[in-house]
Design a protein around this ligand. Structure first.
Ligand SMILES: O=C(O)CCC(=O)C(=O)O
Ligand SMILES: [Fe+2]
Length: 308
């Protein structure tokens, strides 16, 4: 089911800010089933116009804003501030294109807040509020990816990633306990090996699950899926998604949430969906747990980093 959380393009603002509309599906509707808690996939979180606008603003950022990355992703940007060596956010104001038009940060917060109200009322375990204070922008060319990794304890275990420009497949990996047998090795063996060498903890060679992430969608990872699993993107030029195990390609754990008739038809009729990757830009909205109070000035005034 395609879902629009944005204002209607025809100017009908009766659904304006529809994530606070009580007829609108709550977060639970978008939960990816059969995964450790918890991942949520929300298709069409923004419009095509908003996607184009964001891509233009990101591309037009001053050159020094871009940081190049040695391997994997081609380059990245931080908005809201960068992290100090001891994992404290050195805050900076967000640009208008994240707060005003489009009001993405607020839209994400509103969507999660409403879920909170409901889960409190029904005594369900509540999703924490995401007080976004940093946005990480990653740009990937076809053939690029990111090795399996954890984002780490400097951030709240609730992150939301908006995809722009192209689809990708995000792989979720789990650590092997010392006693569990290693599954058969696959093409990702070399990658898992490399991470193991860095982390010193054995990682299952076969990903736990794959998520097909389409342009304009929002993916939310939280709780133990964030704290005790890894995520990564294989370096591929083309993705092949299959309708069921045993066919070429990978099964997408979020296949029932994609809201895309073309993909559904292809999976039904051809048993696979394949697509070349284009340039993908992802925006990860997150909350750094420690922020430098009063900005950089307070560091020079006190000579020390203060927590709050
Ligand atoms: O591009 C993505 O969707 C994931 C990026 C990521 O995991 C990271 O930068 O830590
Ligand atoms: Fe990450």
């Amino acid at each position: 089911m395609p879902v629009a959380l944005h204002n209607e393009p025809d100017g009908d603002h009766s659904r304006s800010g529809s994530s606070s509309d009580h007829n609108f599906p709550t977060l639970e509707h978008f939960r990816v089933k059969h995964l450790p808690p918890a991942a949520y996939y929300i298709p069409d979180f923004i419009t095509q116009d908003e996607e184009e606008f964001l891509l233009r603003k990101i591309a037009d950022s001053p050159q020094p804003k871009w940081k190049s990355v040695a391997s994997g992703r081609s380059r990245l940007q931080y908005w809201g501030g960068t992290m100090s060596k001891n994992s404290v956010l050195l805050p900076e104001p967000f640009p208008d294109f994240l707060t005003t038009y489009p009001d993405i940060i607020e839209r994400i917060q509103r969507f999660l807040d409403r879920t909170d109200e409901r889960s409190e009322a029904t005594n369900e375990s509540s999703t924490s509020v995401l007080a976004v204070n940093q946005v990480l922008v990653n740009e990937y060319q076809p053939g690029q990816g990111i090795s399996p990794h954890e984002d780490g304890p400097a951030f709240q275990p609730l992150v939301a990633t908006l995809s722009l420009g192209s689809h990708t497949v995000l792989d979720l990996h789990h650590y092997l306990s010392a006693s569990s047998p290693s599954p058969p090795m696959t093409a990702s063996e070399a990658q898992a090996d490399q991470v193991e060498r860095l982390s010193g903890r054995p990682i299952a060679a076969i990903p736990l699950a794959h998520l097909l992430v389409m342009p304009r969608s929002l993916l939310i990872l939280s709780s133990t899926l964030y704290t005790s699993h890894l995520h990564g993107i294989s370096e591929r030029f083309e993705d092949i998604v299959s309708a069921a195990p045993g066919h070429e390609g990978v099964v997408a754990a979020n296949a029932d949430l994609l809201g895309d008739a073309g993909i559904a038809d292809s999976l039904r009729n051809n048993k696979v969906w394949r697509q070349a990757r284009g340039t993908r830009t992802s925006l990860t909205f997150r909350h750094a747990n420690r922020t430098l109070k009063g900005g950089l000035l307070s560091m020079t005034a006190t000579g020390a980093l203060r927590r709050h």
